[in-house]
Design a protein around this ligand. Structure first.
Ligand code: HEC
Length: 468
Protein backbone atom coordinates (compact mmCIF):
# COMPACT_ATOMS: atom_id res chain seq x y z
CA UNK A 1 0.00 0.00 0.00
CA UNK A 2 2.84 2.33 0.58
CA UNK A 3 5.07 3.57 -2.06
CA UNK A 4 8.74 2.94 -2.48
CA UNK A 5 11.50 5.36 -3.25
CA UNK A 6 13.24 6.30 -6.38
CA UNK A 7 15.53 5.23 -9.14
CA UNK A 8 19.25 4.73 -8.80
CA UNK A 9 20.27 8.25 -9.66
CA UNK A 10 21.53 11.09 -7.52
CA UNK A 11 18.84 13.61 -6.72
CA UNK A 12 20.72 16.35 -8.52
CA UNK A 13 21.14 14.11 -11.54
CA UNK A 14 17.41 13.46 -11.47
CA UNK A 15 16.67 17.15 -11.42
CA UNK A 16 19.00 17.59 -14.34
CA UNK A 17 17.24 14.68 -16.04
CA UNK A 18 13.99 16.56 -15.77
CA UNK A 19 15.49 19.13 -18.11
CA UNK A 20 16.42 16.76 -20.87
CA UNK A 21 14.00 16.44 -23.75
CA UNK A 22 11.26 13.91 -23.15
CA UNK A 23 11.71 10.49 -24.64
CA UNK A 24 9.55 9.76 -27.64
CA UNK A 25 5.79 10.07 -27.34
CA UNK A 26 4.45 7.40 -25.04
CA UNK A 27 3.43 4.28 -26.88
CA UNK A 28 0.85 2.34 -24.96
CA UNK A 29 1.98 -1.13 -25.81
CA UNK A 30 1.60 -4.14 -23.57
CA UNK A 31 -0.90 -2.79 -21.10
CA UNK A 32 -4.52 -3.44 -21.84
CA UNK A 33 -5.27 0.26 -21.82
CA UNK A 34 -8.94 1.06 -21.93
CA UNK A 35 -8.69 4.70 -20.92
CA UNK A 36 -6.70 7.37 -22.73
CA UNK A 37 -4.46 9.66 -20.66
CA UNK A 38 -6.59 12.50 -19.35
CA UNK A 39 -4.88 15.79 -18.63
CA UNK A 40 -5.68 16.90 -15.10
CA UNK A 41 -7.07 20.34 -14.45
CA UNK A 42 -4.81 22.78 -12.65
CA UNK A 43 -6.30 24.14 -9.42
CA UNK A 44 -4.92 25.34 -6.15
CA UNK A 45 -7.00 23.15 -3.86
CA UNK A 46 -6.32 19.48 -3.35
CA UNK A 47 -2.62 19.95 -2.91
CA UNK A 48 -0.07 19.37 -0.22
CA UNK A 49 1.72 22.69 -0.48
CA UNK A 50 4.65 23.95 1.54
CA UNK A 51 7.75 21.92 0.71
CA UNK A 52 10.65 23.82 -0.81
CA UNK A 53 11.89 20.99 -2.99
CA UNK A 54 10.60 18.04 -5.00
CA UNK A 55 8.54 15.39 -3.23
CA UNK A 56 10.41 12.07 -3.26
CA UNK A 57 8.05 9.82 -1.32
CA UNK A 58 4.57 9.74 0.20
CA UNK A 59 2.87 7.44 2.70
CA UNK A 60 -0.44 7.43 4.51
CA UNK A 61 -1.10 6.17 8.03
CA UNK A 62 -3.09 6.62 11.20
CA UNK A 63 -1.69 8.35 14.26
CA UNK A 64 -3.41 7.88 17.63
CA UNK A 65 -4.72 11.25 18.75
CA UNK A 66 -4.22 12.81 15.29
CA UNK A 67 -6.14 10.48 12.94
CA UNK A 68 -5.35 9.81 9.28
CA UNK A 69 -2.17 11.53 8.08
CA UNK A 70 -0.03 11.78 4.98
CA UNK A 71 3.75 11.83 5.27
CA UNK A 72 5.88 13.42 2.55
CA UNK A 73 9.64 13.08 2.10
CA UNK A 74 11.29 15.99 0.32
CA UNK A 75 14.47 17.15 -1.30
CA UNK A 76 14.23 20.13 1.10
CA UNK A 77 15.59 17.78 3.85
CA UNK A 78 12.32 17.64 5.74
CA UNK A 79 9.40 15.27 6.22
CA UNK A 80 5.92 16.84 6.07
CA UNK A 81 3.16 15.57 8.36
CA UNK A 82 -0.32 16.43 7.03
CA UNK A 83 -3.64 15.64 8.69
CA UNK A 84 -6.23 14.14 6.33
CA UNK A 85 -9.33 14.54 8.46
CA UNK A 86 -11.97 13.81 5.86
CA UNK A 87 -10.33 10.95 4.01
CA UNK A 88 -13.40 8.74 4.55
CA UNK A 89 -15.71 11.38 3.04
CA UNK A 90 -13.46 11.75 0.03
CA UNK A 91 -13.41 8.00 -0.53
CA UNK A 92 -17.18 7.89 -0.29
CA UNK A 93 -17.36 10.53 -3.02
CA UNK A 94 -18.59 13.32 -0.77
CA UNK A 95 -15.04 14.80 -0.51
CA UNK A 96 -13.01 16.80 -1.26
CA UNK A 97 -9.96 15.78 0.71
CA UNK A 98 -8.47 18.88 2.30
CA UNK A 99 -5.09 18.42 3.94
CA UNK A 100 -4.40 20.31 7.18
CA UNK A 101 -1.51 22.69 7.79
CA UNK A 102 1.70 20.68 7.65
CA UNK A 103 4.12 20.12 10.50
CA UNK A 104 7.74 19.77 9.48
CA UNK A 105 9.93 17.01 10.85
CA UNK A 106 13.45 18.39 10.70
CA UNK A 107 16.53 16.25 11.34
CA UNK A 108 17.89 14.84 8.08
CA UNK A 109 21.05 16.50 6.80
CA UNK A 110 20.25 15.95 3.12
CA UNK A 111 17.34 15.07 0.83
CA UNK A 112 14.81 12.65 2.35
CA UNK A 113 14.02 9.80 -0.03
CA UNK A 114 11.60 7.58 1.85
CA UNK A 115 9.14 7.71 4.72
CA UNK A 116 6.69 5.18 6.13
CA UNK A 117 4.54 4.84 9.27
CA UNK A 118 5.92 2.59 12.01
CA UNK A 119 2.77 2.26 14.13
CA UNK A 120 2.13 3.56 17.65
CA UNK A 121 2.43 7.17 16.51
CA UNK A 122 5.84 6.75 14.93
CA UNK A 123 7.32 6.91 11.43
CA UNK A 124 10.68 6.08 9.91
CA UNK A 125 12.42 8.07 7.17
CA UNK A 126 15.73 7.81 5.33
CA UNK A 127 17.72 9.65 2.71
CA UNK A 128 20.85 11.05 1.19
CA UNK A 129 22.54 11.60 4.57
CA UNK A 130 22.96 7.76 4.75
CA UNK A 131 20.80 7.74 7.90
CA UNK A 132 17.36 6.61 9.07
CA UNK A 133 15.37 8.61 11.62
CA UNK A 134 12.55 7.20 13.75
CA UNK A 135 10.07 9.98 14.59
CA UNK A 136 7.53 10.54 17.32
CA UNK A 137 4.73 11.99 15.17
CA UNK A 138 2.70 13.33 18.07
CA UNK A 139 5.62 15.37 19.41
CA UNK A 140 7.08 15.99 15.94
CA UNK A 141 10.56 15.08 17.19
CA UNK A 142 13.19 12.45 16.33
CA UNK A 143 13.43 9.44 18.68
CA UNK A 144 16.39 7.61 17.14
CA UNK A 145 18.93 8.21 14.40
CA UNK A 146 20.16 4.97 12.80
CA UNK A 147 23.56 5.08 11.13
CA UNK A 148 25.79 2.53 9.44
CA UNK A 149 24.97 2.65 5.72
CA UNK A 150 27.84 3.76 3.51
CA UNK A 151 25.59 5.30 0.87
CA UNK A 152 22.24 7.03 0.45
CA UNK A 153 19.24 5.11 1.76
CA UNK A 154 16.61 4.89 -0.97
CA UNK A 155 13.78 3.11 0.82
CA UNK A 156 12.55 1.94 4.20
CA UNK A 157 10.06 -0.88 4.87
CA UNK A 158 8.33 -1.91 8.07
CA UNK A 159 7.42 -5.55 8.89
CA UNK A 160 3.66 -6.27 9.28
CA UNK A 161 3.95 -6.54 13.08
CA UNK A 162 6.07 -3.35 13.14
CA UNK A 163 8.88 -5.13 14.99
CA UNK A 164 11.51 -4.63 12.29
CA UNK A 165 12.57 -1.86 9.90
CA UNK A 166 14.52 -2.66 6.73
CA UNK A 167 16.56 -0.07 4.81
CA UNK A 168 17.66 -0.16 1.15
CA UNK A 169 21.22 1.15 0.74
CA UNK A 170 22.85 2.39 -2.43
CA UNK A 171 25.92 0.79 -0.79
CA UNK A 172 24.35 -2.54 -1.84
CA UNK A 173 23.40 -3.56 1.71
CA UNK A 174 20.02 -4.02 3.36
CA UNK A 175 19.98 -2.82 6.97
CA UNK A 176 17.71 -4.42 9.59
CA UNK A 177 16.80 -2.31 12.62
CA UNK A 178 14.59 -2.58 15.68
CA UNK A 179 12.16 0.25 16.46
CA UNK A 180 14.20 1.01 19.62
CA UNK A 181 16.96 2.23 17.33
CA UNK A 182 19.32 -0.75 17.60
CA UNK A 183 20.67 -2.58 14.57
CA UNK A 184 19.52 -6.18 14.03
CA UNK A 185 21.93 -6.96 11.17
CA UNK A 186 22.75 -6.62 7.49
CA UNK A 187 21.62 -8.61 4.47
CA UNK A 188 24.25 -8.64 1.76
CA UNK A 189 24.33 -10.19 -1.69
CA UNK A 190 23.01 -7.68 -4.21
CA UNK A 191 25.52 -6.71 -6.86
CA UNK A 192 24.40 -3.08 -6.94
CA UNK A 193 22.43 -0.39 -5.16
CA UNK A 194 19.30 -1.59 -3.38
CA UNK A 195 16.38 0.59 -4.51
CA UNK A 196 13.27 -0.81 -2.86
CA UNK A 197 12.08 -3.17 -0.14
CA UNK A 198 8.78 -4.67 0.94
CA UNK A 199 7.89 -7.27 3.59
CA UNK A 200 5.61 -10.14 2.47
CA UNK A 201 5.34 -11.34 6.08
CA UNK A 202 7.36 -10.87 9.26
CA UNK A 203 10.10 -13.24 8.06
CA UNK A 204 9.99 -12.62 4.30
CA UNK A 205 11.54 -9.52 2.77
CA UNK A 206 11.64 -8.69 -0.95
CA UNK A 207 14.32 -6.42 -2.38
CA UNK A 208 14.80 -4.75 -5.76
CA UNK A 209 18.18 -3.63 -7.01
CA UNK A 210 20.09 -1.76 -9.66
CA UNK A 211 21.66 -5.17 -10.38
CA UNK A 212 18.38 -6.02 -12.15
CA UNK A 213 17.20 -8.66 -9.69
CA UNK A 214 14.29 -9.08 -7.32
CA UNK A 215 15.37 -11.18 -4.34
CA UNK A 216 13.64 -12.87 -1.42
CA UNK A 217 15.27 -13.02 2.03
CA UNK A 218 14.54 -14.82 5.27
CA UNK A 219 14.99 -12.26 7.98
CA UNK A 220 15.23 -14.89 10.75
CA UNK A 221 17.95 -16.79 8.89
CA UNK A 222 19.59 -13.51 7.76
CA UNK A 223 20.00 -15.09 4.33
CA UNK A 224 18.78 -14.88 0.76
CA UNK A 225 16.24 -17.57 -0.08
CA UNK A 226 16.00 -17.06 -3.84
CA UNK A 227 16.12 -14.72 -6.81
CA UNK A 228 12.49 -14.15 -7.76
CA UNK A 229 13.10 -12.24 -11.00
CA UNK A 230 16.04 -11.36 -13.23
CA UNK A 231 14.95 -8.35 -15.22
CA UNK A 232 18.27 -7.30 -16.71
CA UNK A 233 17.67 -3.59 -16.07
CA UNK A 234 17.68 -1.84 -12.70
CA UNK A 235 14.48 -2.45 -10.75
CA UNK A 236 13.27 0.68 -8.95
CA UNK A 237 10.04 -0.28 -7.24
CA UNK A 238 8.17 -3.21 -5.73
CA UNK A 239 4.74 -3.91 -4.24
CA UNK A 240 3.41 -7.18 -2.91
CA UNK A 241 0.13 -8.94 -2.13
CA UNK A 242 1.17 -11.98 -0.07
CA UNK A 243 -2.40 -13.30 0.22
CA UNK A 244 -2.88 -13.30 -3.54
CA UNK A 245 0.66 -14.59 -4.05
CA UNK A 246 2.08 -11.94 -6.36
CA UNK A 247 4.73 -9.24 -6.41
CA UNK A 248 4.75 -6.25 -8.79
CA UNK A 249 7.91 -4.55 -9.94
CA UNK A 250 8.78 -1.50 -12.03
CA UNK A 251 12.12 -0.99 -13.75
CA UNK A 252 14.27 1.70 -15.29
CA UNK A 253 13.53 0.48 -18.86
CA UNK A 254 9.79 0.79 -18.17
CA UNK A 255 9.32 -2.94 -17.52
CA UNK A 256 6.30 -3.39 -15.23
CA UNK A 257 5.53 -7.00 -14.34
CA UNK A 258 3.49 -9.04 -11.95
CA UNK A 259 5.27 -12.23 -10.89
CA UNK A 260 4.20 -15.21 -8.80
CA UNK A 261 5.67 -15.19 -5.29
CA UNK A 262 5.95 -18.97 -5.59
CA UNK A 263 8.09 -19.52 -8.68
CA UNK A 264 8.59 -16.07 -10.18
CA UNK A 265 6.44 -16.89 -13.24
CA UNK A 266 5.12 -13.77 -15.00
CA UNK A 267 1.41 -13.39 -14.23
CA UNK A 268 0.90 -10.12 -16.12
CA UNK A 269 3.05 -7.71 -18.11
CA UNK A 270 1.87 -4.13 -17.67
CA UNK A 271 4.78 -2.59 -19.55
CA UNK A 272 3.35 0.45 -21.31
CA UNK A 273 6.29 1.83 -23.23
CA UNK A 274 6.93 4.51 -20.64
CA UNK A 275 10.08 4.79 -18.65
CA UNK A 276 11.46 4.75 -16.12
CA UNK A 277 8.94 3.43 -13.59
CA UNK A 278 9.60 5.48 -10.46
CA UNK A 279 6.62 4.83 -8.17
CA UNK A 280 4.26 1.96 -7.34
CA UNK A 281 1.49 1.99 -4.75
CA UNK A 282 -1.06 -0.61 -3.73
CA UNK A 283 -4.43 0.40 -2.26
CA UNK A 284 -5.11 -0.84 1.31
CA UNK A 285 -7.71 -3.33 -0.02
CA UNK A 286 -5.14 -4.40 -2.64
CA UNK A 287 -7.69 -3.94 -5.43
CA UNK A 288 -5.79 -1.17 -7.22
CA UNK A 289 -2.14 -0.82 -8.22
CA UNK A 290 -0.94 2.66 -9.17
CA UNK A 291 2.12 3.14 -11.38
CA UNK A 292 4.03 6.42 -11.81
CA UNK A 293 6.70 7.08 -14.42
CA UNK A 294 9.40 9.48 -15.53
CA UNK A 295 7.08 11.24 -17.97
CA UNK A 296 4.44 12.30 -15.46
CA UNK A 297 1.83 9.60 -16.04
CA UNK A 298 -0.08 7.83 -13.31
CA UNK A 299 -1.88 4.67 -14.36
CA UNK A 300 -4.11 2.61 -12.09
CA UNK A 301 -4.72 -1.04 -12.76
CA UNK A 302 -7.26 -3.48 -11.29
CA UNK A 303 -5.45 -6.30 -9.55
CA UNK A 304 -8.46 -8.57 -10.17
CA UNK A 305 -7.78 -8.84 -13.91
CA UNK A 306 -4.85 -6.42 -14.52
CA UNK A 307 -6.89 -4.13 -16.77
CA UNK A 308 -6.27 -0.39 -16.80
CA UNK A 309 -8.74 1.64 -14.74
CA UNK A 310 -7.39 5.15 -15.27
CA UNK A 311 -4.48 6.70 -17.10
CA UNK A 312 -3.61 10.29 -16.30
CA UNK A 313 -0.94 12.79 -17.19
CA UNK A 314 -0.42 14.24 -13.73
CA UNK A 315 2.86 16.11 -14.19
CA UNK A 316 3.38 18.04 -17.37
CA UNK A 317 7.10 18.06 -17.21
CA UNK A 318 8.54 15.65 -14.95
CA UNK A 319 8.73 12.47 -13.07
CA UNK A 320 6.29 10.99 -10.58
CA UNK A 321 8.53 9.90 -7.70
CA UNK A 322 5.88 9.43 -5.03
CA UNK A 323 2.48 7.73 -4.91
CA UNK A 324 0.32 6.71 -1.95
CA UNK A 325 -3.31 5.73 -1.54
CA UNK A 326 -5.40 7.64 1.00
CA UNK A 327 -8.15 5.07 1.45
CA UNK A 328 -8.87 2.72 -1.44
CA UNK A 329 -9.95 5.25 -4.03
CA UNK A 330 -7.91 8.41 -3.57
CA UNK A 331 -4.29 8.80 -4.66
CA UNK A 332 -1.69 11.35 -3.67
CA UNK A 333 1.08 11.94 -6.21
CA UNK A 334 4.34 13.84 -5.89
CA UNK A 335 7.31 14.63 -8.09
CA UNK A 336 9.37 17.49 -9.43
CA UNK A 337 7.06 20.19 -8.04
CA UNK A 338 7.31 21.35 -4.46
CA UNK A 339 3.74 20.18 -3.81
CA UNK A 340 1.94 16.86 -4.03
CA UNK A 341 -1.47 16.57 -5.64
CA UNK A 342 -4.56 14.71 -4.50
CA UNK A 343 -6.16 12.67 -7.27
CA UNK A 344 -9.78 12.06 -6.26
CA UNK A 345 -11.67 8.89 -7.06
CA UNK A 346 -12.98 10.26 -10.33
CA UNK A 347 -9.37 10.40 -11.40
CA UNK A 348 -9.93 13.41 -13.61
CA UNK A 349 -10.24 16.53 -11.52
CA UNK A 350 -6.86 16.50 -9.82
CA UNK A 351 -4.74 19.63 -9.83
CA UNK A 352 -1.76 18.94 -12.04
CA UNK A 353 1.75 18.99 -10.70
CA UNK A 354 4.83 19.86 -12.65
CA UNK A 355 3.23 22.94 -14.15
CA UNK A 356 5.00 25.53 -12.05
CA UNK A 357 7.58 27.57 -13.89
CA UNK A 358 10.69 26.36 -12.11
CA UNK A 359 13.84 28.39 -12.42
CA UNK A 360 15.77 25.51 -13.90
CA UNK A 361 13.24 25.30 -16.73
CA UNK A 362 14.28 28.72 -17.97
CA UNK A 363 16.51 28.85 -20.98
CA UNK A 364 20.11 29.11 -19.72
CA UNK A 365 21.09 30.94 -22.91
CA UNK A 366 18.96 33.86 -21.71
CA UNK A 367 20.92 34.23 -18.46
CA UNK A 368 24.29 35.76 -17.77
CA UNK A 369 26.96 33.43 -16.44
CA UNK A 370 26.51 34.38 -12.78
CA UNK A 371 22.80 33.68 -12.83
CA UNK A 372 23.37 30.46 -14.74
CA UNK A 373 25.82 29.31 -12.05
CA UNK A 374 23.28 30.10 -9.34
CA UNK A 375 20.34 28.44 -11.13
CA UNK A 376 22.28 25.31 -11.94
CA UNK A 377 24.27 24.85 -8.79
CA UNK A 378 22.49 26.57 -5.90
CA UNK A 379 18.83 27.42 -6.62
CA UNK A 380 17.42 24.00 -5.81
CA UNK A 381 18.55 24.49 -2.16
CA UNK A 382 18.75 28.26 -1.63
CA UNK A 383 16.47 31.23 -2.25
CA UNK A 384 17.78 34.73 -3.03
CA UNK A 385 15.04 36.36 -0.98
CA UNK A 386 13.45 35.02 2.17
CA UNK A 387 10.05 34.40 0.56
CA UNK A 388 10.83 31.45 -1.69
CA UNK A 389 9.53 28.76 0.65
CA UNK A 390 11.27 25.93 2.43
CA UNK A 391 14.56 24.84 0.97
CA UNK A 392 17.27 22.43 2.04
CA UNK A 393 19.68 25.31 2.70
CA UNK A 394 19.26 28.70 4.43
CA UNK A 395 18.13 31.72 2.39
CA UNK A 396 20.75 33.98 0.81
CA UNK A 397 18.74 37.10 1.68
CA UNK A 398 21.21 39.52 3.32
CA UNK A 399 24.08 37.05 2.79
CA UNK A 400 26.88 39.58 2.37
CA UNK A 401 28.26 40.67 5.71
CA UNK A 402 26.20 38.06 7.51
CA UNK A 403 27.84 35.81 10.05
CA UNK A 404 27.68 32.10 9.06
CA UNK A 405 24.98 30.01 10.68
CA UNK A 406 22.68 32.84 11.75
CA UNK A 407 19.41 32.69 9.76
CA UNK A 408 16.80 32.46 12.53
CA UNK A 409 14.91 29.16 12.62
CA UNK A 410 17.17 27.36 10.12
CA UNK A 411 18.49 24.04 11.55
CA UNK A 412 22.23 24.53 10.96
CA UNK A 413 24.87 21.90 11.63
CA UNK A 414 26.88 22.52 14.82
CA UNK A 415 29.92 23.20 12.65
CA UNK A 416 28.34 26.08 10.77
CA UNK A 417 26.42 27.44 13.75
CA UNK A 418 29.63 27.52 15.77
CA UNK A 419 31.82 28.98 13.05
CA UNK A 420 33.07 32.58 13.05
CA UNK A 421 33.04 32.95 9.26
CA UNK A 422 31.44 36.11 7.89
CA UNK A 423 30.15 35.77 4.29
CA UNK A 424 31.96 38.11 1.89
CA UNK A 425 33.21 37.82 -1.69
CA UNK A 426 36.44 36.36 -0.32
CA UNK A 427 34.93 33.76 2.03
CA UNK A 428 32.35 32.67 -0.57
CA UNK A 429 35.10 32.30 -3.14
CA UNK A 430 37.17 30.22 -0.71
CA UNK A 431 34.13 28.06 0.11
CA UNK A 432 33.78 26.90 -3.51
CA UNK A 433 37.47 27.07 -4.42
CA UNK A 434 38.31 24.54 -1.70
CA UNK A 435 34.86 22.93 -1.47
CA UNK A 436 32.63 23.07 1.64
CA UNK A 437 33.99 19.74 2.94
CA UNK A 438 37.41 21.38 3.29
CA UNK A 439 36.39 24.94 4.13
CA UNK A 440 33.81 24.03 6.80
CA UNK A 441 34.47 20.33 7.53
CA UNK A 442 31.49 18.62 9.12
CA UNK A 443 28.88 21.01 7.73
CA UNK A 444 25.80 19.73 5.91
CA UNK A 445 26.64 21.52 2.68
CA UNK A 446 26.93 19.18 -0.30
CA UNK A 447 30.39 18.56 -1.73
CA UNK A 448 30.78 20.94 -4.62
CA UNK A 449 33.70 22.89 -6.07
CA UNK A 450 33.61 25.63 -8.67
CA UNK A 451 37.09 25.39 -10.10
CA UNK A 452 36.93 28.19 -12.66
CA UNK A 453 37.89 31.57 -11.14
CA UNK A 454 35.62 33.29 -13.70
CA UNK A 455 32.58 31.20 -12.73
CA UNK A 456 33.17 31.91 -9.02
CA UNK A 457 33.55 35.63 -9.62
CA UNK A 458 30.41 35.79 -11.81
CA UNK A 459 28.38 33.80 -9.27
CA UNK A 460 29.48 36.02 -6.38
CA UNK A 461 28.66 39.18 -8.35
CA UNK A 462 25.21 37.78 -9.13
CA UNK A 463 24.64 36.92 -5.47
CA UNK A 464 25.87 40.32 -4.30
CA UNK A 465 23.36 42.15 -6.49
CA UNK A 466 20.40 39.84 -5.81
CA UNK A 467 20.51 39.23 -2.07
CA UNK A 468 20.49 42.73 -0.62
C1 HEC B 1 21.78 20.11 -2.16
C2 HEC B 1 21.52 21.34 -1.46
C3 HEC B 1 22.51 22.50 -1.58
C4 HEC B 1 23.05 23.04 -2.73
C5 HEC B 1 22.87 22.59 -4.17
C6 HEC B 1 23.84 24.18 -2.29
N1 HEC B 1 23.76 24.32 -0.94
FE1 HEC B 1 24.54 25.81 0.18
N2 HEC B 1 23.85 24.93 1.86
C7 HEC B 1 23.12 23.78 1.91
C8 HEC B 1 22.88 23.41 3.30
C9 HEC B 1 22.11 22.17 3.77
C10 HEC B 1 23.49 24.40 4.08
C11 HEC B 1 23.55 24.47 5.60
C12 HEC B 1 24.79 23.71 6.01
C13 HEC B 1 24.97 23.49 7.50
O1 HEC B 1 24.08 23.82 8.29
O2 HEC B 1 26.03 22.96 7.83
C14 HEC B 1 24.08 25.35 3.15
C15 HEC B 1 24.77 26.49 3.54
C16 HEC B 1 25.32 27.41 2.66
C17 HEC B 1 25.96 28.63 3.06
C18 HEC B 1 26.09 29.17 4.48
C19 HEC B 1 24.91 30.07 4.73
C20 HEC B 1 24.81 30.59 6.14
O3 HEC B 1 23.73 31.07 6.50
O4 HEC B 1 25.79 30.48 6.88
C21 HEC B 1 26.39 29.26 1.92
C22 HEC B 1 27.12 30.58 1.82
C23 HEC B 1 26.03 28.41 0.83
N3 HEC B 1 25.37 27.28 1.30
C24 HEC B 1 26.28 28.69 -0.51
C25 HEC B 1 25.91 27.89 -1.57
C26 HEC B 1 26.14 28.25 -2.95
C27 HEC B 1 26.79 29.55 -3.42
C28 HEC B 1 25.67 27.20 -3.69
C29 HEC B 1 25.75 27.04 -5.19
C30 HEC B 1 27.06 27.15 -5.75
C31 HEC B 1 25.13 26.23 -2.77
N4 HEC B 1 25.27 26.68 -1.50
C32 HEC B 1 24.53 25.02 -3.16
C33 HEC B 1 22.64 23.06 0.84
C34 HEC B 1 22.98 23.30 -0.47
Amino acid sequence: MRHRAIAALGAAAMLAGALSPALSQPVIAGAPTSVQPAAVTPAESGRLTGHGGPVMDLAVGDVPGIGPVALSASFDNSVGLWTLGNVAAENAGVGPLVPGTPRWLVGHKAAVKSVTPLGRGRAVSAGDDFALIIWDLTAGTPLHRLEGHKGAVADVAVSPSATLVASAGWDGAIGLWRPDGTRAGWLEGHGGAVNALVFADDDTLLSASADGTLRVWSVAAAAETRVLARHGFAINQIAVDPAAGWAAYGAVDGGTRIVSLGDGAVIADLTAGRRPILALALSPDRAHLAIGDGEGHVMTVSTADWTTEADMKVAERGPIWALAFAGNETLIAGGIDDSATIIPRTGLAAPAIGTAERTFHRDPAMMDNGERQFQRKCSVCHTLTGDGGRKAGPTFAGLFGRRAGTVPGYPYSDMLAGSDIVWTGETLSALFDLGPEHYVPGSNMPMQRIVSDGDRTDLIEFLRTHTE
